[in-house]
Design a protein around this ligand. Structure first.
Ligand code: DC
Length: 229
């Protein structure tokens, strides 16, 4: 850009299953390029945490649908300090528990939940000065189909399980792999906006790549887009 003029805002959608390095990659890309960052999985986890905390039976889609409009979810979009609050409570820790992780697919499959969270995501993206990196499962297909760049991260089930067990500080790899495959199958098989690669998304297989290599790859893709290549 000439004379240091600001770059036009750019919207980057990064989708893929768990354990592909989506969060670490998205945060690092946003930080390097001066963009905002939105973790949409955290929003689905937050609404799940609220349902569990308020005694809603998450196995009952009608009960979940009836309560979907109640919690107020606020996401902080600074990649250096992404925050998540429900009704004014910081839930960054509680949303990562095994209990929430095992229930989030059921809650996020309910159409009323998806409509509510999708609206929130679109308003955050529209208000993000300078642009934003949004990570999730249905960002390129449903939430932001007009994103400037869509990336779909993949990795073998073995690599994903190994990474997740590392994050969970040495959790059993076989059990992690089984839980991960079950959650991905639920997220890919649901009727409303399943985990899917958009037709115009660029697929990056991260199995053999380091996190740094994935970050550099996505930054190059954003820069190429901006240069009009
Ligand atoms: O990225 P994560 O593991 O924190 O996501 C938690 C769950 O949220 C995931 O299993 C499915 C759901 N999710 C979704 O349905 N759509 C998104 N855009 C992001 C996450």
């Amino acid at each position: 850009m000439e004379n240091g003029a600001a770059q036009p805002p750019v919207i980057v959608a990064i989708d893929g299953p768990s354990g592909t390095g989506k969060s670490s990659t998205s945060k690092a890309v946003a930080a390097r390029l001066g963009l905002r960052y939105l973790d949409t999985g955290a929003q689905y986890r937050a609404i799940t945490w609220w349902m569990v905390s308020n005694g809603i039976d998450v196995a009952d889609p009608a009960a979940v649908a009836a309560a979907a409009g109640k919690p107020e979810i606020v996401s902080g979009v600074d990649p250096a300090d992404p925050t998540i609050e429900v009704d004014g409570v910081d839930v960054a820790g509680p949303i990562r528990t095994q209990d929430v992780t095992s229930k989030v697919s059921a809650v996020s499959a309910v159409p009323e939940v998806r409509t509510r969270i999708t609206e929130l995501q679109r308003s955050i993206a529209a208000g993000a000065e300078g642009g934003i990196v949004v990570e999730g499962r249905d960002i390129g297909t449903t939430v932001l189909p007009d994103a400037d760049l869509k990336v779909f991260l993949t990795a073998s089930a073995e690599a994903r399980a190994a990474r997740r067990s590392g994050e969970l500080k040495g959790a059993d790899v076989d059990a992690t792999r089984a839980a991960l495959i079950k959650r991905d199958a639920a997220d890919s098989g649901r009727r409303t906006s399943p985990l899917a690669k958009a037709g115009d998304a660029i697929e990056v297989d991260t199995t053999e790549l380091t996190l740094q290599q994935v970050i550099e790859c996505v930054i190059t893709l954003v820069e190429e887009k901006r240069a009009g290549k």
